[in-house]
Design a protein around this ligand. Structure first.
Ligand SMILES: Cc1cc2nc3c(=O)[nH]c(=O)nc-3n(C[C@H](O)[C@H](O)[C@H](O)COP(=O)(O)OP(=O)(O)OC[C@H]3O[C@@H](n4cnc5c(N)ncnc54)[C@H](O)[C@@H]3O)c2cc1C
Length: 402
């Protein structure tokens, strides 16, 4: 077997890859993390980081750095359904706020943290082959910009290379819970559209949009329509984007008075889980589990994966547990945790009006501050939808509504 130069090679250095590399390096492992991008750089994504993601940054000692970049905290989520608006606090006492940091800022902060922890960071390095020996991944082959191909070897190659993961394609993991693209989203940045610490969400039949404050006094406004309308609407993204706001006249007035400061960006994504490990390889972040962005869970999920996967690899490297047992636990912990949110997300992403029972429940939540906070926390990924929509909790909400 080729001599391992590294304990782990991590392919992809954004929300999943850099924290995985950082956490492994902090435990003393030899880690190489590569990305074909340079940092700071943007990526196609909006960037609400719900309180659980913020809590991870706090655990890693990075929250102060983020706050110091001038990114405004978000302490209130509002859900405007037309007839009424639910307004609640998304977090907990320990982690009360969300942030919406530009990926240029967040991802650079994460890459720097990996490097400071002792990981070797190679930017502008493209992996073009996953190297195997006797059906086991033993490294990668890739090249720096303009450079000759080189082989690097490790005990484990971690694919943190996004939903179109090259590593996943090379190792061909089982894929399950698949659902097609459901929603087409487009976003742009606006000045002169203050939201005062709120993440504003608007839900209308067949349409939905959200506005959140980010760096440089800008407001991110992301808007979606059903994927089935993508082809019909792609000829006039701006017209269709602006037209939907007329369904909420106050918001339409506010955005008419604002100025768009960026081009539109947008896409639609498929929904799937992948088995996140096999001989000599692992997957974290979108590479292992991808879902529609309507509930903005991806960054916090990537952070959680990074911790679970780094801990499992540590157990395996240190001999505490076998690779298969430790990584099997990573997979089942991930899946058990995210499955209710995955179903909730895919349902929301259809943009179909809530069924009558749900409309009744939302009506009962309206005005009940504890229940509105609970609803905000579901959307923030703090409380599981399974818990909030349990018979017991729903009974409590209806009882309180009289
Ligand atoms: C439109 C949209 C809106 C979204 N909004 C939100 C939101 O508001 N909040 C939220 O939490 N999530 C959101 N998400 C999801 C979020 O973007 C992802 O979950 C998150 O970026 C996943 O991080 P990652 O590190 O797994 O992958 P990525 O961020 O995709 O990073 C993968 C990295 O791998 C690198 N790479 C890929 N292939 C190779 C290769 N062969 N060699 C070297 N490097 C390679 C890429 O250059 C890239 O830097 C949104 C997604 C979309 C598409």
């Amino acid at each position: 077997m080729a001599q391992d130069q590294y304990d782990a090679i991590v392919v992809g250095a954004r929300c999943a890859g850099s924290p995985t590399a950082m956490l492994l390096a902090q435990k003393g492992y030899r880690v190489l993390v590569v990305d074909r991008a340079t940092f700071p750089s943007d990526t196609l994504s909006t960037h609400i980081v719900h309180p659980p993601g913020v809590a991870a940054l706090e655990r890693w000692g990075l929250l102060g750095r983020l706050a110091a970049t001038g990114c405004p905290p978000i302490d209130t989520y509002t859900f405007d359904f037309g007839p009424f608006t639910l307004s609640g606090a998304p977090g907990t006492d320990d982690s009360p706020v969300a942030y919406c940091p530009r990926r240029t800022v967040l991802d650079k902060l994460l890459v720097d943290a990996a490097s400071e922890a002792g990981a070797e960071v190679r930017e502008e390095f493209t992996v073009e082959e996953v190297v195997t020996e006797n059906d086991r991944v033993i490294g990668v082959r890739g090249h720096s910009k303009g450079g000759r191909p080189v082989n690097e070897h490790a005990q484990v190659v971690v694919g943190a290379d996004g939903r179109n993961s090259f590593v996943a394609r090379a190792v061909g993991p089982e894929q399950y819970n698949e659902k097609p693209q459901l929603l087409s989203g487009n976003y742009a940045y606006w000045s002169g559209l203050p939201v005062d610490g709120r993440f504003e969400v608007y839900i209308r039949p067949g349409r939905g949009w959200g506005a959140a404050p980010t760096h440089d006094d800008l407001t991110l406004v992301v808007a979606g329509w059903p994927f089935a309308e993508s082809d019909a609407n792609k000829g006039d993204v701006e017209g269709n984007y602006l037209e939907m706001f007329e369904m909420a006249p106050d918001f339409a007035d506010r955005i008419r008075a604002a100025k768009r400061e960026s081009r539109f960006a947008g896409t639609a994504v498929p929904n799937f889980f992948r088995r996140p490990f096999g001989p000599g390889w692992a997957l974290v972040g979108d590479a292992g589990y991808n879902k529609d962005f309507i509930t903005a869970q991806g960054i916090a999920d990537a952070f959680r994966d990074a911790e679970l996967c780094a801990n499992a690899l540590h157990e395996s490297f240190s001999g505490a547990r076998s690779f298969d047992v430790a990584m099997g636990d990573y997979q089942s912990t991930r899946d058990d945790h995210v499955l209710p949110m995955f179903e909730f997300t895919c349902q929301l992403a259809t943009l179909e009006p809530p069924p009558p029972e749900m409309q009744q429940l939302l009506g009962a939540v309206n005005g009940n501050q504890e229940a509105m906070d609970g609803f905000a926390r579901v959307n923030a990924g703090v409380t599981s939808p399974a818990e909030f929509f349990s018979d017991e909790n729903v009974g409590r909400i209806f009882a309180a509504a009289g």
